[in-house]
Design a protein around this ligand. Sequence first.
Ligand code: AGP
Length: 600
Amino acid sequence: MCGIVGAVSCDRNILPILITGLKNLEYRGYDSAGIAYLKNNKINIFKTSGKVSKLENKLNKSDYSNIGIAHTRWATHGKANNVNAHPHRVNHVTIVHNGIIENYEEIKEMLREENYSFKSSTDTEVACALLNYYLEKFNDIDKTIKAFISKVIGSYAILIFIDNDLDNLYVIKKESPLVIGVSNNINIISSDIRAILKYTNKYYILDDFEYAKVSSNEVIIKNSNGDVLNKELHTINIKDNDNSKGHYKHFMLKEIMEQKDTIYKTIESYIKDGITSLKALPDLTKYKDITIVGCGTAYHACLVAKYLFEEVTNMRCNVYLASEFRYQNNFLSKDTLTIFISQSGETADTIAALKLVKSKNYPTLGIVNVENSTMSYLVDTCLYTKAGCEIAVASTKAYTAQVALLSVLVLSHGLRNKSISKEKVLKVIDEFNNIEKLITPLLNNRKIWKSIAKNIYKEEDIFYIGRGLDYYLSMEGALKLKEISYIHSEAYAAGELKHGTISLIKKNTPVISSATNPNLNLKTISNLKEVLARGAIIYLLCDDNYKDDNFTIINIPKASLFIKPILVIIPYQLIAYYTANLKGTDIDKPKNLAKSVTVE
Ligand code: AGP
């Protein structure tokens, strides 16, 4: 998952636009970067390992160009170094690429027989050589692109710069996200709308196997047969895409704090008129059961939904990791609704799972945060979370927005299948209407989260445990901590620890837990005492008056099952944040990660 950006203008220096664009795309990958631009009628290429700022320092500040392409990388094939960094150039063709060419080895062998040699270990250099091969064979860009699309297996958004055609950029798209921003005398191509928002809010979206010729004042989009397409010109609401950190040290902290607004904003339209509004949500009573699919944090939201659907509405719910879903029998039928959850709407594993279900013509529903993302178009019905632009790689406000929307979906289903009384529904709606009052004290109680962080940030192993819903929440708590602090942290069903993993508990091992289910809490407490007996240090979030001098107990507000996940996870987000902050890690761009994993 990389970021690509290209720009063509007739009256502006596009170099600062490309660099700013790359900085807006660094969340997609940031282990190396590069740029290619026209100067003195020649394509100049600069590449470096490391972040965009390092590339920026390599450039001549006085350079001026009207056309160029740039790239920020998350390595898939080959180390993060100058040779493997994009752009790649082979003879007359220079490209940047986001995606994976799955049959690149076969193509590489074919090209070697045509006397091509390769400097890097990337699939992208092979793609570049293939384009050059076809261009020399056909001397026609349409035929070249058509042949490329037929030959290549995999995912790609490729920006192409050709030596004898220096007024235009070409772009081909299959599965990897791509938008073309259009404005007066400048057109900007990017993996993500964020890289173009500063210059325009009007853009085209390419679909799979479509390609475009982009000049400074024209965008011609064609399908793989070479037919010119009349694509819709979209407009985005810029204010929802605030890319600034404001007064916060990190985007992650800003996005955690924004939850006092984003949760309610996500569900407002479904609860503002009470029970009447709930009926605007899809009717799930026509389905026999539900399957929910996601990755990472989105998967953890799937688990919360499973718990609520099954415990509250007696709707059976299977949950799968998207990367596993496709390779096992998942018992789908036309009577099963499959829900796909994704912040970016571009996660390759989740899209692949979605395409599998669509191939069987089974019903699909998407819960997506990024408007006009690939998934939002592929699902039968898309419910948008309204968390706004989430830039920190570690997902926080998108998760709570997903959980809130799923909770309201369960509520509406419970109303329809009469598993929940109207009184109960109204009570939960009232809780959601007051969600800000419930979470603000948690957001403001930084002292306790900072003190826990101070106690744990030097540890090597940390365990999160819980039962039922608290177990699913511990999975998200552990992921938040490990992905930004680099501390090994694992989540365990509290009752499972004693079946082996407890052997890892030693003196002062931190064990963080939540106990929010009156029917299970005593058992969770017993499990905590088992690890306490082996030297663990216990931090327990609970919503009743449990007291134990051996534990650090943090009380959280009492609330219904629909709200509890949010009240538990916000402390876990803040503990992770302050721990990572003490460790001095790159919280918004943790090592090895990217915000949107657009490769399988
Ligand atoms: C979450 O903190 C991680 N960055 C990661 O697990 C993420 O949730 C996962 O890659 C799924 O992304 P998506 O929601 O955009 O599909």
